[in-house]
Design a protein around this ligand. Sequence first.
Ligand code: R5P
Length: 296
Amino acid sequence: MPLLIPGPSSPLLTQRLAEVCGYRVAKVSHKVFPDGESYIRVEDDLKEEAAIVVQSCSPPQDKRVMELLQLIDASWRAGASKVIAVVPYFAYSRQDKVFLPHEALSSKIIAKAIEAVGASFFVTVNVHSELVLGYFDKIKALSVDAFPEIADYLASLNLRDPLVLSPDRKRYPDAQRVAGLINGEAAFLEKKRDLKSGEVTTEEKTLAVKGRDVVIVDDIISTGGTIVNAARIILKGNPRRITAACVHGLYAANALEKLAAAGVEEVVSTDTIESQTSKVTVAKAIAGAIKRLLEG
Ligand code: R5P
C-alpha cells in the first residue's frame, strides 16, 4: 500500500489525506543545521511501495522548495517504487512567464528541479497559471480544483442573495463556477498591477450590492492589496456583508489585519497553506487525483 511522506509544511493535510485514502504516514525526520541548511531523512523502509510526498511551498518558500526536493530524493533512497510529489501550493507560480527582459523564469526552475530529482508525477491545487504545468515535460503534472469545496463551505453560510466577485477579470471563470454552485450571481472588477512596483490598482465599477452578501474570490491572497481594493469599491454600494475566499492564504505583510480594516468580515481559505483561516480541506480533491494516477 502507498505511504504518505509528510513534509514539514503540511502535517495537517497529510493526516487528512491519510484518513481519506487509508494510507499510512511514514516517519520522516527533519532538522535545520546551525548554518541554516535543511536535513531530511525518511526513516521507514518503503519496500517498493509508492511514496506520496506532501509538501506545500508556502513561506519560507525557498526552504520549502529545498525540503520538497530532499523529500523526493530521500523517498527513492528509502526504496519507493514511484514518487508522487503533492505540492498543494506551488510557490513562484505567479512568475509563470518572463514579464520584463532578463527575468528568471522561477516557476520553470522549480518544475525542472522536481523532475530532475525524479518525481514520477506532480499534483498541485489551483495552480495560478496553466503555463506552469507545461514546464513539466517529462512527467504528468496536474492541478486539482478546490473551488467546489470552497463553494460547499460558502453554501453553509446561508448567504443572502450572494454576489460572487472576482477582483480581476482573469479569475472571473472561478467566480462564475462558485456562483453557479451557490445559486449566486458573478461579477468581476478590472485590476492592473505595476510590474516594477507591484502596486495594484482597481478600476471603479458600480455593482448592485445593496443589502446583499458579497464574496470576493481569488486563487491567492498575499498582501491582501487586491481584496482590499475590491472591498473598498464594494462598500460604497452598502452590501450586507463581505467575505473573502481564496485557495491559498499566504497573508504576507499583515494581510488579515488589512482585510479586516477594509470591512472584510470573514476570510476563508483551504489547507493548501495551513493557517487559522483554513476552513476548507483539499484532502478529498487531492486523494481523487492520487487514486487516478496510481490506477492510471
Ligand atoms: C494575482 O494574479 C493573483 O491571482 C492574486 O490576485 C494576487 O496574488 C493577490 O496578491 P495580493 O494579495 O498581494 O494583492
